[in-house]
Design a protein around this ligand. Sequence first.
Ligand SMILES: [Zn+2]
Length: 207
Amino acid sequence: MDLNYHSKLLEAAVSEFSRLPGIGRKTALRLVLHLLKQEKGDAEALGNAIIRLCNEVKQCAVCMNISDNETCPICTDSSRDHSIICVVESIRDILVIENTRQFKGVYHVLSGIISPMDGIGPGDLTIPALDERLKQGGVKELILALSATLEGDTTNFYLYRKFHSPDLIMTTLARGVSVGDELEYTDEITLGRSILNRIPFEVKSEK
Ligand SMILES: [Zn+2]
């Protein structure tokens, strides 16, 4: 049952908060009331941070990571190995892998995963940009670090078919990441080890 808020402003704020993932209207109301109790400056700082994020955040022109500049700090870091590209589904995966401190290559964010059930095909992903990067040369290894799910396997297979060549090593995470696991939920040590002990990507029982 919906409450009568007696204030259009309050109702509008609750509606906006409740659009966030995992936030129902009850929680939204609690958050809004909490903000109202804070110093005015605190709520304004939150609002400004969101506005700045929306207006100023960019997508790295190279790897599609989130970035404050045209190119993200990972892509501009000359101490990293630019000959190894780790392909991930989302920006969250970069954060998780970086947290392991075991990977010194660079990334490519696919911005999704092939999922026919959800109507997501290869054309919806950043595969052309990856193709461009590979064509520019200098890349020796592509690590397929996607979720060990059916969709992850489908995407891995598509990428393998598209990009495999004698000049490119294609690897995948060692199976510390168990089937059905999403990278985000894998513990740091296991994930770090999975990257260090990565294995050649093999196509399973292609008939
Ligand atoms: Zn980048």
